[in-house]
Design a protein around this ligand. Structure first.
Ligand SMILES: *[C@@H]1O[C@H](CO)[C@@H](O)[C@H](O)[C@H]1NC(C)=O
Ligand SMILES: *[C@@H]1O[C@H](CO)[C@@H](O)[C@H](O)[C@H]1NC(C)=O
Ligand SMILES: *[C@@H]1O[C@H](CO)[C@@H](O)[C@H](O)[C@H]1NC(C)=O
Ligand SMILES: *[C@@H]1O[C@H](CO)[C@@H](O)[C@H](O)[C@H]1NC(C)=O
Ligand SMILES: *[C@@H]1O[C@H](CO)[C@@H](O)[C@H](O)[C@H]1NC(C)=O
Ligand SMILES: *[C@@H]1O[C@H](CO)[C@@H](O)[C@H](O)[C@H]1NC(C)=O
Ligand SMILES: *[C@@H]1O[C@H](CO)[C@@H](O)[C@H](O)[C@H]1NC(C)=O
Ligand SMILES: *[C@@H]1O[C@H](CO)[C@@H](O)[C@H](O)[C@H]1NC(C)=O
Length: 389
């Protein structure tokens, strides 16, 4: 069904041009396993696709897995213009670029690319995030059932009514804390819980990197768990916002918002800048069978806390987040590969099991508009008579 795409821009031909259009191989010659590929419309059918958002997330995967082929795909980010694949195209990787616009555009382009048949592909979104100290710690790796987007009105808190606790309030309301009156459709995504639980179970078999001495010192500034414990793989819902925010009041504001928008079903753990955009692009194509929305795992490791309880040197929130290094980048990027590899390996080794429904969704999957047309009475959040547009 994807052959209809007219935008097959075959931009670059490698030295093995006729047999391998649009491919750049890191190795001089392609593997024998590719010798059957002869048509410019040939499609690869990866079992697993890793999705990263920027260089520091991408590099540990490129270094760890033998992703020998680079494929130019029209519509990817100008600075991450190639998909990387292993020698038999069972495992591929793309980097979207950061923020919601980059994520949605790249995933749209990937879903439409005639190079790939993604109908049976499992997607592992693998990125770093901020973590609420109430839910986890730096170095943790989280697996989400819900992805929630911050879509709200905002007034500078200095100009809000004196009895308000936050300057954020829902669309179509005139007071903080209420359920929105207007729905954009990307506010909430519910993912396959059974697959999420499988990913988490496998990640918990990994030995995670505990990070540096500085990480341990920063964790010790909190006098409670989970903030002051060592890293683990945990379940945790994720929040998307282009604004990179921090501080305890915004943490509480958006924890409240997550509860409000999901009727108390989701609990915000991590904060990042892309997942709902990635999921929105995927769901539009899942509707037409290009991708399977039940095969998406959102994994976010934790590079920094969203707020500090106190910081002994200087206590201003901005100083803690701009100058006082929490130092979690190294552990969080290493842990993406450590926690993601068991799932990737398991799918590659046992693809038939995964493909034949072993981890099919038993919960509602989809968005606010029920774009996938699931049995909406099984949904525990959203307005149940909201229909797909
Ligand atoms: C393929 O892409 C990777 C990552 O960007 C890069 O390191 C490598 O040099 C590229 N290989 C070729 C042959 O262009
Ligand atoms: C694909 O290649 C990988 C090594 O890159 C290998 O482990 C795997 O068994 C191969 N899979 C198939 C289906 O050939
Ligand atoms: C973002 O996606 C998550 C998980 O898919 C979902 O739970 C969440 O509601 C979405 N949020 C927004 C604001 O779109
Ligand atoms: C704040 O004050 C206004 C005006 O008295 C009132 O209507 C509102 O319910 C109060 N509470 C909040 C949370 O705004
Ligand atoms: C979050 O919700 C609780 C309970 O309704 C409320 O007491 C608190 O003030 C809210 N926090 C913010 C920052 O709005
Ligand atoms: C920061 O806050 C902590 C806890 O309240 C306090 O012990 C410490 O003295 C403060 N540091 C500075 C530089 O104000
Ligand atoms: C939808 O789910 C509800 C609750 O589980 C069930 O009672 C109902 O029969 C289902 N409807 C359809 C059309 O499957
Ligand atoms: C969620 O809350 C909204 C606003 O109160 C309500 O209209 C909707 O019916 C609730 N959904 C569920 C599934 O309880």
């Amino acid at each position: 069904m994807k052959f209809a795409n007219l935008f097959t821009t075959l931009t670059c031909l490698s030295s093995t041009a006729l047999a391998f259009p649009t491919l750049f191989g890191r190795s001089a010659e392609p593997e024998p396993s590719n010798s059957g590929v002869i048509s410019p419309l040939a499609k690869y059918k990866p079992s697993v696709f890793i999705i990263n958002m920027f260089t520091l997330e991408q590099n540990p995967f490129l270094e760890h897995f033998d992703l020998v082929y680079n494929l130019t795909v029209p519509g990817l980010s100008p600075i991450y213009s190639e998909v990387h694949c292993n020698s038999n195209y069972t495992l591929c990787q793309v980097t979207t670029g950061e923020g919601e616009v980059n994520a949605a555009t790249t995933i749209t382009a990937l879903s439409l690319s005639t190079l790939f048949d993604l109908t049976e592909t499992f997607f592992l979104i693998a990125g770093i995030a901020g973590i609420s100290p109430k839910q986890g710690t730096i170095g943790d790796v989280t697996f989400a059932k819900f992805a929630v987007q911050i879509l709200e009105y905002e007034v500078d808190a200095r100009q809000m009514p004196s009895n308000w606790t936050t300057g954020y309030f829902s669309f179509g309301t005139d007071i903080a804390g209420e359920y929105p009156g207007n729905i954009y459709g990307t506010e909430v995504f519910e993912l396959n819980e059974k697959l999420r639980d499988r990913a988490l179970e496998l990640a918990q078999t990994a030995t995670l990197d505990v990070g540096t001495k500085g990480n341990a010192e920063f964790r010790a500034l909190y006098d409670y768990a989970p903030a002051n414990r060592t890293p683990k793989a945990i379940a945790g819902d994720t929040l998307t916002s282009d604004t990179y925010w921090f501080g305890s009041l915004l943490d509480e504001t958006f924890a409240n918002y997550t509860k409000t928008i999901t009727n108390g079903t989701a609990t915000y753990a991590t904060t990042q800048q892309e997942d709902n955009a990635t999921l929105e692009a995927f769901i539009r194509f899942a509707k037409f069978g290009y991708v399977d929305f039940s095969r998406i795992v959102v994994m976010r490791s934790c590079s920094d806390f969203t707020y500090a309880d106190y910081f002994t040197e200087r206590n201003e929130t901005t100083w803690v987040f701009t100058k006082g290094s929490q130092g979690g980048i190294s552990a969080s990027t290493k842990n993406l590969v450590l926690a993601g590899e068991p799932l990737i390996h398991d799918i590659l080794q046992n693809f038939d099991t995964y493909n034949n429904g072993a981890y099919d969704a038993e919960n509602y999957i989809g968005d606010m508009f029920n774009t996938l047309g699931k049995n909406i009475t099984t949904r525990t959040w959203g307005v149940l008579d909201t229909v797909a547009a």
